[in-house]
Ligand binder design. Structure first.
Ligand SMILES: O=C(O)CCC(=O)C(=O)O
Ligand SMILES: [Fe+2]
Length: 414
């Protein structure tokens, strides 16, 4: 099943559905308000009072009584991080709502597949979040391909830049024969449908007449590639197309987060610490990431309130264990992180604007999904009238207010 408009939940679920699909259906259902007490929330962790071996142990308890053990570790101080995320955070003047630590979930249990899954709650400063939103929208156009390029002859500078220049009524023509990149989602072959996971709601596009306008099309934008071009149909990188550089803020933010992570805590030698030595996850070459991690490809996902992204793994990269850095902007959402098969029940994680997460090592092979964007959760500092924002922010804020969440998802191909 692809990214699509949500349909009303079905009251008689099939019996042979996998644990992952079952959880996805629950979060997608609009029959009742989502029960957020069931989602891992960094604000609801009971932390020990004393740090041992450079980390603080915490327990998160779900509304159903299930618990998750996690470790809180301070990020390694890097000059670039201070520059990117706000100088004051590194000078002892922590500002409210912004953090400089990471949480390692289930670092020492027999669920070793979550090894290498690291969560950075509210790590991006408010002003940096606004800058990133601006960068993602302005770069959703040539040379970067978007979800709409197969269907429409888009303005050369991209839809957003045309909108920003006041060209919202400008006509955009539909292409005569759209290729299969955005083929209609199919339930029959979910595992093979990597391209379809990101398909814009085909029904919206099918209903469009031969021409539409910049303004009407903007909410239908679902993704933009950045960096090396990835072909969603062949599921291969197209290196012959050359390598557009990653947009500068995305590049420096993701690179710096991966390098600032004290990876020794995510990949400790668990042989003595765990009850079950076999649970000790393989240790990737994380020392190299600290000095040499270079993101070079990624996707920016633009979600509207009823959009979702179905369960998948991201394994197209040559180096399929190095950090995949993911940034959340705009409305909050529920992310599911599971195991190597859809039979492993996933952990729901509440993602707020400004949160980052990294999947790495064995955790790169874990199924994950984004079943729900949460209505009414846009922070005030991202609204059109945010007092402290630049005068041009208004248009960006309006775009987010209409219901958007933006996810930046960056990897290192080699
Ligand atoms: O939107 C998200 O947080 C997840 C996106 C994702 O998993 C992907 O783009 O591969
Ligand atoms: Fe993914």
């Amino acid at each position: 099943m692809g990214r699509k408009k949500c349909v009303q939940g079905n009251s008689t679920p099939p019996t042979n559905i996998s644990a992952f699909r079952d959880e996805e259906r629950r979060w997608k259902s609009r029959l009742a308000a989502p029960d957020l007490s069931l989602a891992f929330d960094a604000d609801n962790i009971a932390w020990d009072s004393l740090m041992t071996a450079g980390r603080l142990r915490g327990i998160w308890t779900s509304g159903s009584g299930a618990t998750e053990e996690c470790w809180r570790v301070d990020l390694d101080e890097l000059a670039e991080l201070g520059g990117l995320l706000g100088q004051s955070r590194w000078k002892g003047k922590q500002r409210q709502g912004e953090n400089d630590y990471a949480i390692i979930i289930r670092a020492c249990t027999n669920s070793s597949l979550r090894a290498g899954f690291v969560f950075f709650p509210r790590v991006l400063s408010e002003s940096f979040q606004r800058d990133l939103v601006g960068e993602t929208l302005c770069h959703a156009g040539q040379p970067n391909l978007t979800s709409l390029d197969n269907h429409y002859t888009l303005p050369p500078g991209g839809l957003w830049n045309a909108w920003k220049e006041g060209r919202g009524d400008e006509l955009v023509w539909r292409k005569r024969s759209a290729t299969s990149t955005d083929a209609a989602p199919s339930d029959a072959a979910p595992a093979a449908a990597r391209d379809q996971e990101r398909a814009p709601s085909e029904s919206c596009i099918d209903k469009d007449p031969a021409a539409t306008t910049v303004g009407d099309l903007l909410p239908k934008l679902r993704w933009a590639n950045v960096g090396w071009h990835y072909n969603w149909t062949t599921k291969l990188y197209e290196f012959e197309r050359g390598q557009p550089p990653l947009p500068p803020l995305i590049y420096s933010c993701c690179r710096t987060l991966a390098r600032s992570m004290p990876w020794q805590h995510a990949y400790p030698d668990l042989r003595h610490a765990c009850d079950d030595p076999a649970a000790s996850p393989p240790r990737p070459d994380w020392q190299r990431w600290k000095e040499a991690y270079e993101p070079d490809a990624g996707i920016v996902n633009f979600y509207q309130l009823k959009d979702s992204l179905t369960s998948h793994v991201d394994l197209a990269e040559v180096d399929a264990v190095s950090p995949l850095v993911s940034l959340s902007l705009g409305h909050s959402s529920v992310f599911l992180i599971g195991g190597t098969t859809r039979d492993v029940p996933p952990l729901p994680v509440l993602l707020r604007s400004g949160d980052a997460l990294i999947m790495s090592g064995a955790g790169r092979r874990a199924y994950h999904a984004l079943p729900r964007v949460l209505e009414g959760t846009l922070p005030d500092y991202l609204r059109a009238d945010a007092a402290e924002a630049d005068p041009e922010w208004g248009l960006y804020g309006e775009y987010l207010e209409r219901g958007a969440r933006i996810n930046v998802n960056v990897r290192s191909v080699f």
